[in-house]
Design a protein around this ligand. Structure first.
Ligand SMILES: Nc1ncnc2c1ncn2[C@@H]1O[C@H](COP(=O)(O)OP(=O)(O)OP(=O)(O)O)[C@@H](O)[C@H]1O
Length: 265
């Protein structure tokens, strides 16, 4: 990560806020910190971590456009997260603070390091960790629950916009130590949408992500995801079944378009 960006963030934050860079994506840089923006650190005995997601200034953009885009995207992600957090059953990180003028949001930190060096507990790493016993009950249960999360998201007319297996973070279930609770992160491209096209594309993006990293097991994995997804819709009665058929039909069409495109090149 460029020192310039770290300095930019350090300058914006007060000097008592230690930051550890963990990721630099196309849009944002992400840090962890042990300081809560408004609860005294003396209350943080367990050294709980928080996320600071910062959208750096883009030098190639006109400063006024850059400010406006940064404000818009930071607010949009914060708004979606705060709405989703309040919907029964949907799991997303809690929004702690938002500073749209400086492109900064603070979030609850989710997840943990997987054992044996498999990295952070996102879905992608979790599936790698289980590659030796790929169809075990824990994998099945986790993928089914991921499907349920997407089902709940879509049923409530939200779309993710970048549904990769890295954007699904698994949190240990405190009641059942071996189970994982999937949480959805990174709503930078998220939107409210009732369009079946947007929902079909979300499902397709995740299917492609699973195929590209876990190709040998992808059929079964995608089947479990769709089972979880479908069960949410089916639980909503006749209307749910009707909407489910529409989404799955469009998903099949999006997949077909994707195949044609990759054949033609
Ligand atoms: N709430 C969180 N808890 C734990 N880790 C997080 C959290 N939010 C983000 N991360 C970590 O930071 C990484 C990047 O976050 P995020 O995807 O939100 O940023 P981004 O810049 O949009 O990334 P990209 O451009 O790679 O999609 C995530 O893949 C994850 O590892």
């Amino acid at each position: 990560m460029s020192q310039e960006i770290v300095d930019e963030v350090a300058k914006y934050l007060t000097s008592n806020i230690p930051i550890v860079p963990i990721s630099q994506g196309a849009e944002a840089v992400v840090f962890t910190t042990t300081i809560h923006p408004y609860i005294p650190s003396s209350n943080n005995e367990k050294k709980e971590k928080f996320i600071i997601k910062y959208r750096p200034t883009k030098k190639y953009r006109h400063p006024l456009i850059d400010k406006s885009l940064t404000k818009h995207r930071t607010l949009s992600e914060s708004r979606i997260l705060s709405k989703l957090y309040q919907i029964d059953g949907i799991k997303v990180p809690k929004l702690i603070a938002c500073d749209p003028y400086n492109g900064c949001i603070w979030l609850e930190f989710l997840g943990e390091d997987l054992p044996n060096g498999f990295g952070f507990s996102n879905l992608k790493n979790f599936l790698w960790m289980n590659a030796k016993d790929p169809y075990n009950d824990c994998v099945k249960d986790t993928l089914y629950k991921v499907g349920q999360q997407i089902g709940l998201l879509h049923w409530n007319d939200y779309c993710h916009g970048d549904l990769t297996s890295s954007n699904i973070v698994l949190v240990k279930d405190e009641d059942y130590g071996t189970n994982w609770i999937p949480h959805l992160i990174d709503f930078g491209l998220g939107s409210t949408s009732s369009l079946v096209e947007d929902k079909g594309v979300d499902l397709y993006v995740l299917e492609r992500a699973i195929i590209s990293t876990h190709s040998s097991f992808a059929d079964k994995y995608n089947e479990w995801l769709i089972q979880g997804f479908s069960d949410v819709y089916k639980s909503k009665g006749k209307q749910g079944n009707k909407k489910l058929n529409e989404v799955l039909k469009r998903f099949a069409e999006v997949r077909l378009r994707g195949r044609k495109r990759s054949m033609i090149g």
